[in-house]
Design a protein around this ligand. Structure first.
Ligand code: ZN
Length: 186
């Protein structure tokens, strides 16, 4: 029986440091042999207004990669994420993984396997997918349903999308980047 979550309030907020971490991890996977998908956990909190705020992203190195995704040691991975949440003094909010472009193709959206693993994780109200592909520079328009990024030094494009468990099922949510308030001057 799936645990119910209080209604996820749209948009999801994601701290800009967490956005950079998503991109960094996706890039690390993309640059490995065979272009691996990366997998990990999201930590944050629920704001007083009821929005979920993703504050930190942590890579999880356990698990084995299969043709259909990532197979996890369930007990160990859940123990690990509980410990990380305690250490960070934040709530576990869900998992993320990357989708990498291979030979010009990239899986858009959540696969059936992605949906099933999200659905079967009672502690996760949220799931993030990070897309990475290489391409010629072009202006990506901002979109309330995803966070987009471009890295001039590598030519990589990034897109981060969030899916949440709503009363009527799993749906993509709107997302807004939460700025740290510190302007870095170079
Ligand atoms: Zn996937």
């Amino acid at each position: 029986m799936a645990k119910t979550h209080p209604q996820v309030r749209s948009p999801v907020l994601v701290h800009e440091d967490a956005v950079r971490e998503f991109c960094r991890l996706a890039r690390r996977g993309y640059e490995t042999r065979g272009k691996q998908e990366m997998f990990g956990f999201l930590f944050g909190r629920r704001t007083p207004e009821g929005h979920l705020l993703v504050r930190h992203v942590r890579y999880y190195r356990g698990g084995t990669r299969t043709m259909y995704g990532i197979s996890l040691p369930l007990t160990e991975s859940r123990r690990r994420r509980r410990k990380l949440a305690r250490d960070l003094n934040l709530r576990f909010l869900g998992s993320f993984h990357s989708h990498v472009e291979i030979a010009g193709r990239i899986t858009r959206g959540m696969s059936d396997v992605d949906r099933e693993s999200f659905r079967s994780d009672p502690a996760a109200p949220l799931e993030a997918v990070v897309f990475i592909w290489a391409g010629l520079k072009r202006t990506l328009r901002t979109n309330p349903l995803s966070v987009v990024g471009y890295e001039p030094s590598t030519g990589y494009h990034y897109r981060v999308r969030f899916y949440a468990k709503f009363a009527n099922g799993i749906r993509r949510t709107r997302v807004r980047v939460h700025r740290s308030g510190i302007v870095i001057v170079y």
